[in-house]
Design a protein around this ligand. Structure first.
Ligand code: HEC
Ligand code: HEC
Ligand code: HEC
Ligand code: HEC
Length: 235
């Protein structure tokens, strides 16, 4: 105890005097899809049927054998605990309370809610509070509060972090581990965001929102999706 305290002492003093700014980027913890799914039942049921929900299955031996062969991978090898593969086939790998190979949470298997909507521990609490306020008093909450709590409204960079992450990618953020499925392997792997965001095999269906949250930011396709949205059950 003494030594640990002694080691921290200089910082305690410095921080007290200069109020050293903490790293600018705020981090929010992953929480898994259990809570999201219990409130958003319709999106959950629809997501379950998507390619994203089954993404970890790709890594098991025998699955997608032809695709693996074409990309120079071994069809019979088990890649489902391989750190060169798992990061893009699960939720929040390498992040605060995200998926871990040694201690996998079943609620983080596959490309889940938080892979696109952001780590949810903080904003999902706001959803509950805002939902209650809206139901009891018809009071709305600005979306800006959700951004502060870590919710994503741009989406593009999140998709790119998996789909555009390969050697020689035009995306500046690309870094290892890379996806083996590049446009060079097959042009069908080229990623076009505007097209992909409307793909009904990979994306969950959309359901009408009541209007609990208002104002910016909103993605450019929000109105289009809400115009065509179905009536679901749950928030
Ligand atoms: C940087 C992220 C990333 C990494 C790392 C990664 N993948 Fe993927 N993987 C993807 C994406 C994105 C797709 C979807 C590609 C598409 O269909 O456009 C995909 C698709 C697949 C598919 C299905 C391909 C098809 O045609 O259906 C298999 C199989 C697969 N990955 C296996 C692996 C294996 C094995 C590894 C490790 C050697 C790996 N992946 C590493 C992102 C990644
Ligand atoms: C954590 C990594 C990850 C993120 C984030 C991610 N994807 Fe994927 N995506 C995958 C993987 C892996 C597959 C392959 C699943 C399969 O086919 O089994 C896939 C498959 C797809 C497919 C079907 C294959 C194809 O190319 O036609 C589409 C479309 C797609 N994703 C769109 C998106 C969009 C749009 C976003 C962002 C809103 C996104 N993805 C975010 C990893 C990711
Ligand atoms: C591959 C990316 C991706 C994944 C995975 C994903 N979503 Fe979404 N989600 C979106 C996009 C894009 C929208 C549209 C946002 C908009 O219109 O403002 C959306 C919209 C929503 C909405 C607003 C109403 C609607 O239906 O459009 C809810 C609620 C929602 N998602 C919940 C979930 C839950 C719960 C999960 C997990 C079970 C999940 N999402 C998984 C991308 C994703
Ligand atoms: C306690 C219930 C509850 C939980 C848990 C919850 N939400 Fe929500 N969420 C709501 C309510 C209520 C709304 C407002 C819906 C409306 O206006 O119709 C909402 C709205 C949303 C929206 C739409 C925001 C907008 O642009 O208006 C998305 C996306 C969403 N939730 C995703 C998630 C995700 C992802 C999780 C898990 C990390 C989650 N929610 C957890 C109740 C919940």
């Amino acid at each position: 105890m003494m030594t640990r305290f002694a080691a921290r002492l200089p910082c305690l003093l410095l921080c007290a005097v200069f109020v050293i700014p903490v790293a600018a980027e705020e981090t929010h913890e992953f929480d898994g899809r259990k809570k999201c799914s219990s409130c958003h039942k319709s999106e959950y049921r629809s997501w379950k049927k998507t390619a994203h929900a089954r993404a970890l299955e790709d890594l098991k031996p025998g699955n997608k054998a032809e695709a693996k062969q074409a990309a120079g991978l071994k069809p019979d090898k088990d890649y489902s605990e391989n750190e060169k593969c798992v990061p893009c086939h699960v939720t929040g790998y390498g992040e605060d309370r995200g998926y871990e190979i040694e201690d996998p949470s079943k609620y983080l298997i596959g490309v889940g809610c938080e892979s696109c909507h952001g780590p949810g521990e903080d904003y999902r609490r706001l959803h509950r509070k805002a939902g209650d306020r809206f139901e009891r008093k018809q009071q709305t909450t600005p979306r800006e509060a959700l951004v502060e709590a870590g919710q994503e409204f741009e989406f593009k960079q999140r998709c790119y972090s998996c789909h555009m992450n390969y050697e020689g990618s035009p995306w500046a953020g690309a870094k290892k581990p890379y996806t083996p499925f590049t446009p060079e392997v097959d042009p069908k792997y080229a990623f076009d965001f505007d097209h992909a965001i409307r793909d009904n095999k990979a994306m969950h269906e959309h359901y009408k929102l009541d209007g609990t949250f208002t104002g910016p930011p909103l993605p450019p396709f929000h109105e289009e999706f809400q115009d065509k949205a179905k009536t679901g059950d749950g928030g």
